[in-house]
Unconditional design. Sequence first.
Length: 297
Amino acid sequence: MRGHLRVLENEAIHVFREVAAQFERPVLLFSGGKDSAVLVWLARKALHPAPVPFPLLHIDTGHNFPETIEFRDRFAADMGLELIVRSVQDTIDRGRVREEAGPEASRNALQTVTLLDAIRELSVDAALGGARRDEEKTRAKERFFSHRDRFGQWDPRKQRPELWNLYNGRMNRREHFRVFPLSNWTETDVWEYVRLEQVPLPPLYFAHEREVVERDGVILAWTPFIELGEGEEVRRERVRFRTIGDATCTGALRSVATSVEAIIAEVEGARVTERRGRADDRRSEAAMEDRKRGGYF
């Protein structure tokens, strides 16, 4: 392992151990993507030989890729971890949120209510996530220990300093923290770590042929959840995904990269961030920040 990757690994392990020491009911937010898979890998290293003392929590929009759900269940079983799933559809059925309509409808933003409900239900005091500061400009404002108020809201002006790797997990009743052990990692770092540690990943990350539709410059996988707009047509292309989320807003890119080594070469030559292909991030200039202030991942 190269020097800087070893430093990043040790930093993430330190954060995991701080979470285990400071919090009583942490969960690891698991999407089935590469960052959350690496998080689980690091958690096992951090706490070995003891088992990982917190469960995985997946917020299922109901519009996930089938490959993601299959990988999620298999990976959790292989790692010997408890998997808790909470459904956006249940939140809709209870009247807590209203589903969007129209060709650009997505459940991605609705996840926030389901997540906050799950945090209250499970009395979660720390939710570990795989966000990285290089993903998007709003992510760069995060601390390792990101405080949330009793309504689950994030205020970047009230985050705590983290000098000398000291993390302050003190909070009032009903508040919680989001914790991001991969904050200083880049997309290339994650892929290099996947290559060295042979972390298993879903096949969506590797180039494959599938039916897609192009919308406003974003290539979306054709699924039953997508309503075609005027002039849109379905065609078959060879693509892969840089991120994995709700199928209605997760964009693909044309690619022939079928190995981790080929993906690393492709990522190193990229000139846009991986979330640039997320249709939900392009709804407004401050789309991500607005969602984060409301309790989003």
